[in-house]
Design a protein around this ligand. Structure first.
Ligand code: CP
Length: 312
């Protein structure tokens, strides 16, 4: 199996077999994280630049750990300490870093399309670590990996995605990824937080929480994206809790083997009852663990493709 793209920008661009290839590779890399010495020389001599224009705990730290475990040389640009604060544009920032001959950029940005934009200005591979409300492809891959560790296949699973879907890049990537693998997706959100266009035929809009979670195999809960001004889209947090919170009672209506996912950060007792977070049906910390393996796989696959092309 090969992957013939320079960048990982969008799950929309991947085929089902591409997704499976990333997951199978991640499963192999996960074994390294379970050893005493968590390091292999796979990317020795390769340079990765992480640029996060938006805050991150999970994605940034797991990319950094992935790079260390693969022996890559990496640096993380702190945007608040960079010349971005002096007004340097995204394009000029990339052109200057490009002059240092990196092999990959990992970028998070508040603008949808930022990762795609910078890929035009660099020969290095670009990994989208979240662009605005557009996509978060590595989050989708780690979500799929987490499910695949327990379910034989994704096909025909009922996947409920609940919360601020409109502003969620995770929702968008998960909708594309799980639907490419044949899941039946149910979305539920306040009307004002539903995307206007959902064109995929295996995606339905649930009428209420009960319909969304009833017999669900996977429930993906999403926080309200306060930073994208979503509070103006709902009457109040109290009302949101009442109609959109995943409670133990609602969870009991899901299938017996249900897995609850959340990309984080979690707003305890807003979108999800605090008591569910550490309960046996929740896989939030497994998702974080798998994030390292998925990011190791992404770096490996893209940089291997790059090396092959350089050698042509
Ligand atoms: N899931 C996720 O993207 O979390 P961070 O914002 O902490 O990276």
């Amino acid at each position: 199996m090969t992957f013939d793209k320079k960048d990982l920008i969008s799950i929309k661009d991947l085929s089902a077999s591409d997704i499976n290839y990333f997951i199978e590779t991640a499963k192999e890399f996960k074994k390294i994280s379970l050893k005493d010495i968590k390091k292999v020389p796979t990317l020795r001599g390769r340079t990765v630049v992480n640029i996060f224009y938006e805050p991150s705990t999970r994605t940034r730290s797991s990319f950094e750990i992935a790079q260390k475990r693969l022996s890559a040389d990496s640096l993380s640009i702190s945007v608040s300490q960079s010349s971005v604060v002096k007004g340097e544009s995204l394009k000029d920032t990339i052109l200057n870093l490009e002059a240092m001959n990196p092999d990959a950029f990992v970028i998070r940005h508040s603008e949808s399309g930022a990762a795609n934009f910078i890929s035009k200005w660099t020969k290095a591979s670009v990994i989208n670590a979240g662009d605005g409300i557009n996509e978060h492809p590595t989050q989708c891959l780690l979500d799929i990996m987490t499910v695949m560790e327990e379910k034989k296949e994704i096909k025909s699973l009922k996947v409920a995605i609940i919360g601020d879907i409109c502003h969620s890049r995770v929702a968008r990537s998960d909708i594309y990824g799980f639907s490419k693998l044949g899941a039946d997706i149910y979305l539920y959100a306040p009307h004002s937080l539903l995307p206007r266009l959902i064109e995929l035929k295996n995606v339905k809009i649930a009428k209420n929480m009960e319909e969304a979670v009833k017999n669900a195999d996977i429930i993906i809960m999403l926080r309200i994206q306060k930073e994208r001004a979503s509070f103006y889209f709902i009457p109040s947090i109290e009302e949101y809790r009442k109609f959109f919170q995943l409670t133990p009672e609602l969870l009991s209506k899901a299938s017996a083997g249900v897995m609850v996912l959340h990309p984080g950060p979690v707003n305890r007792d807003v979108e999800i009852a605090g008591s569910i977070i550490n309960a046996d049906k929740t896989r939030i910390f497994k998702q974080v663990e798998n994030g390292i393996a998925v990011r190791m796989a992404c770096l490996y696959i893209l940089l291997r493709f790059q090396k092959k092309n350089k050698n042509k």
